[in-house]
Each structure stands twice: as C-alpha cells, then as structure tokens.
Design a protein around this ligand. Structure first.
Ligand SMILES: Nc1nc(=O)c2c([nH]1)NC[C@@H]1CN(c3ccc(C(=O)N[C@@H](CCC(=O)O)C(=O)O)cc3)C=[N+]21
Length: 297
C-alpha cells in the first residue's frame, strides 16, 4: 500500500511543538511578531496570506498585516519594509510574492533586514545556506525535509531528482539535501524545462520532488515502483466546482500513486508545511533578536 504523507498532521505536530517554544519565549518576556505584506489583489495570494495570519494566532505569534494598493508606487513598499525593519516588535517580515511588475523584486529581497528575513530569500541568508550554515532555511525546502523525515525516508545515499530550479524551492532544496547533515547526504539531480529526457531521470530516482509549476507534469509513466514522490505544486486550474477552480499539484496524483511507495497529496501535503516552517523561522527569529535560547522542533 502506498503511504500517503499527511502534511496537515505533520504541520500540526510542528505547531504544537512551536507553541511550547513560544511559551518559553513568553516566560522571557518576548512575544514573537510576524509582519506579512501583501501588494497584490490576486485571490490565491490573499488566501495564502490570510492563512499565515490565522496560523500565527493559533500558536501565539503576534501577526501584523500590511496591505498596499498594487497600483501604488514601488517606494510605498520599500518604505513599509524600512519601517518594519525598525519595529522592535516585528521579528519576521514576509513580503508575499509575486509583487507587481513595477516593483523590483530584488530590491524587496535586499531591503529586508536579513535577521528578519524569515523566508530566507535575502542574499546574505542564501549565502549562509549554500555555505552550509543556514540561519533561516527557506520554508518550503525545510518542509520537504520534515515530510521525508516523517515518512522515514532518510535522504542519505539516495538519488533525489528535483524537477524545478527556482530560487525558492529547487535551488535551496538541492543545497540542503547535499549537505553533510541530518536529512542531507543525498545525491541530487536538478532538472528543468531544458532537461533532455526528463522521464529517464525521474525513473532512476529514489525520491522525486516536483516543483516546476506545471500542473500534473510528473505522472506514473515517469516513475519506477517504490519511489517517494513529493509534490510541491499548488496550481489553481479552472474546474466545475463551487469555487470555480480546483487545486492540482505538479504530479498526476492518481497514476503516480500506483507506483509510489509514499506520496504527498495536494492539497494537504507540502502547502501546510510551508506555513508551519514560516512559524518555525519566526520563533527562531524572535529568539535570535531578543537573545533568548529557544528549543526548536
Ligand atoms: N514571500 C513569499 N513566501 C512564500 O512562502 C510564498 C510566497 N511569497 N508566495 C506564494 C508561495 C506559495 N505559498 C504557499 C503556502 C501555503 C500553501 C498552502 O497552505 N496550501 C494548502 C491549500 C491552500 C488552498 O486551499 O488554496 C495545501 O496545499 O493544502 C500554498 C502555497 C507560499 N508562498
């Protein structure tokens, strides 16, 4: 039987552990604070940000939400970041991506104080991660590691094929998985839209991570019996449902499940873990900034 990896359950466990870390911070007089900034009217972005705010409330993190008119000048967002950088009650800042075209995404990432960069996207934090001493592991790659751990799949010595080379998932995940640490020591191949014979690569893998943003690209035909399949995709595709869309991953779930030993569903797989690891980084950020030692799950 294929093991369906329950991301909601693993995220719940992490949140419960984080609640204990937050209690310890409270005893030291510190309430972790997370600011989310949304400069978009995309319904998916709005949903994700409101979920992040709800998560904060659930575990005892102070959530601050700032909305900026997507038509406003870029300076408005840059000034907001400067203010949040200066605010001692804010330990983490997340600017929801994507930002409008007239905003320079790199300027946004560079502008966030690296100690408050709970996404782990600032070049200083990227550098630390690549050098093997991550301060904030990016939330989705970290969540993937925790899901593998929960399914008893130790990456050590395994052939992992990542489909996707983004700065937020593919590249940092490849870096984490090759490190000489727990949940590392894998042999990683990073595939992308120019990869020759993708199916030959995925068929040779022990673990396939799909993170390319193409609905249902990876199917059962591309997998060998016994593979672990992690689906990072969250694509809204038009469908005849109440909401007018359905969520599908980058994996064709039904056919992949026939081959996989373990597989993550969409929804309920990687998505909830991304949010849980954001809370994790926020708790870590509060501890670092307030000089309180916190135990993390
Ligand atoms: N600065 C920044 N940081 C991010 O981490 C970031 C971002 N920008 N921009 C967009 C992506 C996407 N992302 C998701 C997080 C959770 C779910 C999630 O919880 N999904 C649920 C279902 C959600 C639903 O029902 O629509 C699930 O898969 O079960 C999805 C997607 C974070 N992102």
């Amino acid at each position: 039987m294929t093991h369906v990896i329950d991301g909601n359950a693993v995220a719940d466990e992490i949140r419960a552990d984080l609640a204990a870390s937050i209690d310890a911070l409270e005893d030291a007089g510190v309430t972790p604070g997370l600011a989310t900034v949304l400069m978009s009217d995309d319904p998916a972005s709005e949903t994700y940000v409101s979920m992040k705010q709800r998560d904060c409330e659930e575990v005892g993190i102070d959530g601050i939400h700032v909305e900026i008119d997507p038509e406003a000048p870029a300076e408005k967002l840059y000034d907001t970041i400067d203010e949040l950088n200066e605010d001692p009650e804010v330990h983490g800042i997340l600017v929801q991506m994507p930002v409008p075209d007239h905003v320079d995404e790199r300027e946004v990432l560079n502008r966030i104080d690296p100690i408050k960069d709970v996404d782990g996207f600032h070049p200083e934090n990227v550098g630390k991660l690549v050098a093997g001493h991550a301060r904030y592991k990016p939330c989705t790659p970290h969540g993937v590691q925790k899901l593998l751990e929960s399914a008893d799949v130790d990456p050590e010595g395994k052939d992992v094929v990542i489909v996707g080379r983004s700065n937020i998932v593919g590249k940092p995940l490849a870096n984490l998985l090759i490190q000489k640490t727990d949940l590392g020591n894998a042999t990683v191949t990073v595939c992308h839209s120019r990869t020759d014979d993708l199916a030959a690569k995925t068929r040779a893998a022990d673990v396939v991570v799909a993170a390319c943003g193409v609905p249902e690209l990876v199917d059962g035909e591309m997998l060998t019996e016994g593979t672990t399949v992690i689906d990072v995709g969250v694509n809204r595709v038009d469908a005849d449902t109440e909401k007018g869309y359905e969520l599908v991953g980058d994996v064709d779930y039904e056919s992949a499940k026939e081959k996989a030993d373990a597989i993550t569903p969409v929804p309920g797989g990687v998505g909830p873990m991304t949010r849980a690891m954001l809370l994790y980084n926020t708790v870590k950020a509060a501890g670092l900034q307030q000089d309180v030692a916190v135990e993390l799950p």
